[in-house]
Design a protein around this ligand. Sequence first.
Ligand code: 4AD
Ligand code: MG
Length: 481
Amino acid sequence: MEHTRIKDLLKSEEFGKEVIVKGWVRTFRNNQFIAINDGSTINNIQAVVDFENTADEILKRITTGAAVRVKGTLVESQGKGQRVEVKTTEVSIIGDSDPEKYPLQPKKHSLEFLREIAHLRFRTGTFNAVFKVRNALAFAVHKFFNERDFVYMHTPIITGSDAEGAGEMFQVTTLDLNNPPRTESGAIDFKEDFFGKATNLTVSGQLEGELAAMAFGNIYTFGPTFRAENSNTTRHLAEFWMIEPEMAFYELEDNMDLAEDLLKYVIRYALDTCPEEIEFLKNRLLEEEKSKPQAERSELNLVEKLNFVIGNDFERVTYTEAVEILQKSKPNQKKQFKYLIEGWGADLQSEHERYLVEKHFKKPVILTDYPREIKSFYMKQNPVDAEGRNTVRAMDILFPGIGEMVGGSQREENLEKLITRMGEVGIPTEEMEWFLDTRRFGSVPHSGFGVGFERLVLFTTGMTNIRDVIPFPRTPNNAEF
Ligand code: 4AD
Ligand code: MG
């Protein structure tokens, strides 16, 4: 490689050395100063052009967005804001960029505008920082589990099962749906499909993960999952990445400990390995918050917030305790909650979750033992309580500004109880014999959870819209490339 990465040059002390830089022009000022970025860092290197000895034909092609090669000497910079620069002896254009047509101007663009040109937004400082942090978090997930001897298990994307039983699936078929084969009753006959049955994109790798955990002990999956929920929020994607560990012989408490350790570990790893990016994102957020009224601004900056989370225990409370807190809360007494907590049994709305996390406990909260009726069929049932209520050994981890970061549970290992529950919620057992076999042959207590990876990236980067933390967001009306 003849060129040096800008990241390394910016740290270099080798003044007087001849260097070659390759990258894209961010700005070109006074026919003299090129700010070049090659993606290795958020920061640009300044190349000072000897314009008197450079052909006009070249000078006018040094435009924002153009790819250039610059040869010169690394020198100490006289200017403010940078330590080193390149005193250029030779500039050449690798790829032109028409300045009239290039959408990224050398100014601050709104995130909304950048979302419309998602194919070019990688070239901005903000997205450089966000996707570097995303990369660090992904790497840290693998590091965490591999240090603990968990086996990374690839679960299928195309599957015949609805892991959550929530019916939010994208169908996958090779049939011509304008003219599909039909059974005698008129239903689409998937027997003629390539897969021979109705299939869909996976909503979760959990059930397949359970099969592997019953052999390897501890496994994890980390891959794309899909939800055909038509919700246009800043927290939902139709395609998102999920981390799903599954552990044999783990009870709910072990599950909570592991989830808390994982979240702290990966956030610490991002802080340790991406200090520049997180500092940049901290300042971006401070800038963004200036437009908000004082009362709505966060008390802690991004770095303080991340350090607070990794330095403190998460609060562990049961659903029942949470409902009592909410019922006694000021907003509820003053009827400020849009959905009042009417009583035990209702699902918590995001405003309730936010109240618990942001106003009451002021830290991440692990909510456990939810009502059975609002959770998935596979969760382990608690004994009926004194009030005759049915709960399950569920745990959701709620984060400030995010809401639900993790959903998990201890699993029902008792075959009869599981079959009964499936019957109650209308899940046909004959299609799930493979899953039930885990409870037939050497069933053991086991647990697992799912972390929404984009929600983790949202929290760690201080971004506020989930579309801005995945390279190619899939949301309603958003699947061009
Ligand atoms: O709570 P969920 O639906 O749980 C499961 O899928 C379980 N099978 C996990 C397990 O126990 N192995 O989803 C888990 C997490 C949520 O807490 C949330 O962070 C994220 O996945 N999530 C989404 N993230 C972005 N967009 C969506 N539409 C999401 N739906 C869930
Ligand atoms: Mg959930």
